[in-house]
Design a protein around this ligand. Structure first.
Ligand code: FEO
Length: 401
C-alpha cells in the first residue's frame, strides 16, 4: 500500500524509509535508519525529482504510481547519480518509456556508466548552471553543486513556489518515521547529532565546495528546502543553515574537548579518565570515546563539533593501535582544520604512537598542538599527575579564553 505525503498542494513526497540498512555506503552504521526522498510535481507536466535506493524500490513505485494517478511521467530530474538515489532510474525508465530526463552532462556520462546497455538516445535534455525549465505553472532553474557530494551533483530551484531541491545537502541520517517536515519534531534534539554525522562523514572533506554552493543559494528566496535524505524544511531553516556554515568552514560549534583513547589493557584509558576528571574539575566540557568501541564516524563527527581534541593511544606493532590509526586517517582524510590537539602515548618498551599520531595530524591546516606528547610507560606514574594537571590547565585556559 502506498505511503506518500504532500509537501505542497502539487508536490508529493514519494520516497521511503529504510530501517533495515546495517551500513550506509557500507561504512556508516545507521541505527535510526535513513530516508530516501523523491518528490513528484503534478503540474501541467509531471516531474519527478530523483529516485531511491534499490532497497526500497517496491514502496517507491507504489508511491509513485499512486501519486501519478494514471498520468504519464513527463520528466525525471536527476540531481545525483550515487545509487542511494539513482539505483532505481533504470527501472523507472523501463516502466515509463515516455519520461524524458533533465540532467547535466556529467550525470549523462554516469548514466551510461551505471546503466550500460540502457538506450537513452533522444531521452535526455541537458541543463547547465542557470538553465531554465518550465513545467507549466512552475519555472525552474538549476545550480551546479560539484562535490556536494559527487562532481555531477546539481540542485534545482523552483522559482514559482521558492523550493530548493538541495540533493544531499541539508540531509541527515535517520528515518522520517512519518514526519515529513523538520518542524514536526524537535530537529535539534531528534536529528542534529545524526545530521552532523551525515554531513561530516559524507561531505565533510569538501567544505570549500559546500561554501560555494551556500553562497549561490544565499541569493535565492527560499521557502522550502527538499533534501534527498531527512526532513523537509519550511520553518526555522536558519538554525540548521548556521550549523552548515560552521561545519563547512571547519569552525567548532563549541569550546569543548573530544577525548578519544585506544587502550588494550586499560592503562591508557586510566590516564585518559584522570585527564577527563581534571578537565571537568576546571569547568571544561568533555566527551570521551573508546576507539575500540565507538565507530569512527561518531568520533569524527564530534571532532568537527569540538574545539579541542585529545588523542591517547598505546603503541602497537611499533605503530599506533589500529582503531586509533583508523580514526586519525579518517580525520585527516576529511580535512578537519583549526583544532587544538593534545597527544598522549603509551609504550612499555618503545613508545612510538605519539610521534606517529602527531605526524598524521600535523598536515591538517591550522592545527596547533598543545604542549609536548605525554608518554606513559605501561601505566601512569604518580609523578606524571603534574603533566596531566599542566595539560588540563592549558586546555582550560584556552577553552575559557
Ligand atoms: Fe545520498 Fe551522495 O548520496
Amino acid at each position: 500500500m502506498y505511503c506518500t505525503r504532500k509537501v505542497t498542494d502539487d508536490l508529493i513526497w514519494v520516497g521511503a524509509d529504510d530501517r533495515r540498512l546495517a551500513c550506509f555506503e557500507g561504512v556508516y552504521g545507521v541505527p535510526d535508519g535513513v530516508s530516501y526522498n523523491s518528490y513528484l510535481l503534478l503540474d501541467e507536466k509531471t516531474v519527478l525529482f530523483d529516485t531511491v535506493d534499490k532497497a526500497v524500490y517496491e514502496t517507491f513505485f507504489e508511491n509513485l504510481e499512486q501519486a501519478l494517478g494514471g498520468r504519464a511521467l513527463d520528466y525525471l530530474v536527476i540531481s545525483h547519480m550515487e545509487p542511494d538515489h539513482a539505483a532505481t532510474v533504470e527501472g523507472l525508465l523501463l516502466r515509463h518509456p515516455e519520461t524524458r530526463i533533465l540532467c547535466n552532462d556529467k550525470i549523462k556520462t554516469m548514466l551510461g556508466q551505471f546503466f550500460r546497455g540502457l538506450d537513452l538516445t533522444d531521452r535526455i535534455d541537458l541543463v547547465k548552471e542557470g538553465s531554465v525549465f518550465s513545467s507549466g505553472r512552475h519555472e525552474f532553474t538549476f545550480l551546479m553543486a560539484p562535490m556536494v557530494h559527487w562532481p555531477e551533483v546539481m540542485m534545482s530551484y523552483d522559482k514559482t513556489d521558492k523550493i530548493l531541491f538541495s540533493a544531499d545537502a541539508f540531509g541527515t541520517f535517520g528515518a522520517l518515521n512519518g514526519r515529513l517536515f523538520a518542524d514536526e519534531c524537535d530537529f535539534m534534539a531528534d536529528y542534529l547529532d545524526e545530521a552532523r554525522r551525515y554531513y561530516t562523514n559524507i561531505v565533510g572533506k569538501y567544505g570549500m565546495q559546500v561554501q560555494n554552493v551556500l553562497k549561490k543559494a544565499a541569493g535565492l528566496d527560499i521557502a522550502l528546502v527538499c533534501p534527498l535524505h531527512g526532513p523537509v524544511w519550511r520553518k526555522d531553516f536558519g538554525s540548521f543553515l548556521e550549523k552548515y556554515l560552521l561545519w563547512s568552514s571547519y569552525a567548532p560549534e563549541e569550546k569543548s574537548v573530544m577525548l578519544a583513547y585506544a587502550s588494550v589493557y586499560g592503562h591508557t584509558e586510566n590516564a585518559a579518565n584522570i585527564l577527563a576528571v581534571k578537565l571537568c574539575e576546571r569547568g571544561v566540557r568533555v566527551r570521551m570515546y573508546d576507539t575500540s568501541v565507538t565507530p569512527a564516524s561518531y568520533i569524527l563527527s564530534d571532532a568537527f563539533r569540538c574545539s579541542h581534541l585529545v588523542f591517547a593511544a598505546t603503541t602497537y606493532n611499533n605503530g599506533v593501535f589500529v582503531t586509533m590509526e583508523n580514526l586519525l586517517h579518517d580525520i585527516a582524510n576529511h580535512n578537519l582544520q583549526g583544532r587544538k590537539v593534545a597527544i598522549m602515548e603509551n609504550g612499555s618498551w618503545a613508545p612510538a604512537s605519539g610521534k606517529l599520531m602527531r605526524e598524521m595530524l600535523s598536515g591538517l591546516k591550522n592545527t596547533q598542538f598543545i604542549g609536548e606528547n605525554i608518554t606513559l610507560r605501561s601505566s601512569l606514574a604518580e609523578d606524571q599527575l603534574s603533566q596531566l594537571d599542566a595539560l588540563a590547565d592549558a586546555i582550560a585556559a584556552d577553552t575559557q579564553a
